[in-house]
Design a protein. Sequence first.
Length: 504
Amino acid sequence: MPTAKTYTKPEAAMYLTGMFGQNMIYNVIATGLYFYLQNVICLPAVALGWIFAIARVWDGINDPMMGAIVDKTKTKWGKCKPYLMFSPPLICLITCATFFNGNYATAKTEGRTGAMVLIVGWAALSYILWGMSYTIGDIPLWGVISRMSEVEKDRAKLISAARIVASVGAAVVVVSIVAVSQKANELFGESTNAQKGFIVVGILMTVVASILFEIAGLGVKERVPASEEKKSMKDSIALMWKCVPFRRILISGILRSPLQLMMIVILTLFTYYFCDGKLERAFTDPAILIILIIMGGGYFVGQFAAMILCPVLMKKISVKAMYNLTAITAIPTALIFVTYLIAPYDLNQMKWVIIDGIGFVISGIGFGAINVCQSIMISDCIDYEEYNTGYRPDGIFFSGQSFITKLTAGIASIISSYVYAYVGYTDVNIEKMNKALENGASFARDYPQYAKAMWFILTVPPAVGIAIAVIPTLKYEITTEAHEKMLAELVKRHAEKETQNNDA
């Protein structure tokens, strides 16, 4: 029996370093830029929602196109590695460009209609360009895992580790970008909106993250041979729907789109509800720091626990069963909103902090398990397709993961924008609120309609999404036993192919 090939420890370390940097970039945009556009330059809520949604619709077209291009790529390095080597500088440049914009609320107050149009237009254009550039690196970064190893447990370990470092990258951005940028803003003598500080910190974080991202391209090595067959872009995209188990994953991902709301709103909610608009208070007020550690930290701890334990539990529980069990975490997620309804002004009291902290830990466990299981299931679907047809769609199938992430973020942004618009949390009103908070107002007591909307967005739609997302995967076809047989056969085929090529 041929020996299955797999990656070395140094390769895995370089890959994970790149994953850390890439996810820092993603969250500079997904969390930092969203906060910046909404709360710093104060774009209208509905306009912001549609900017993110339209960009995601385009990504829904762009991602499979990129996946098809990756699958048709053939170089001496492989089909994913070239993009990992050359995409980080491009992504860095466009990410930095998204922060260069005017202040919409100021332009509106001064009646400068042309400036308002340009501000919204540049926000839309730069964000769409960012999504396109990010896709060039994102799909190969995930797709290369299934090409680095033929060993299922090694893939699962690397996917789990990748999800952990991705979450760490997200945490670094969420904790630092607002607080640090507001501190940096003091150097420029700007207003409390901290626009220059945001620009400086956003660029610095992006440059560092891009250097780290580049390390993945330099370190990875592709061992699984590529398919000789080259499909057209149309046929590659059609394959995403024709492969039944993969189709179930796609539908499930779309159904859980409200889960993305947690990442969209969490920074804004914590900044205003617990810090009255100044997140840097968490670094000067021990009581606030403890709250953020228990609640926000609890969510990340839950994610990390799930990501670490998933590969271990998969020795006893199938990936399908583990994915479907995540529906249970919908209950504690929804109950967090119940605590707000009971004590709308007092969630900073320690008893409520602990109760909500437990809810965030369990919610984080669900989110972490979903991410790990989804990536493993997609990798299994690639093996499933190669086993049945001889064609290995690494790029096009992992473009589905990127597609799910971006489309669901777009749907989530639409949901949040209309909820915010309904309660009046938008453009000039946000600027007025920021000034009132600066003068001593309390967000929880003086702006309860905004607080309620944020707690609702953070919990109820995500809970619904988690619960219904498992409906398509209840009949997921790839069992653990079937996949082990498929993988053994594929290792044999790969070895025979390599022997034939060497003889030729």
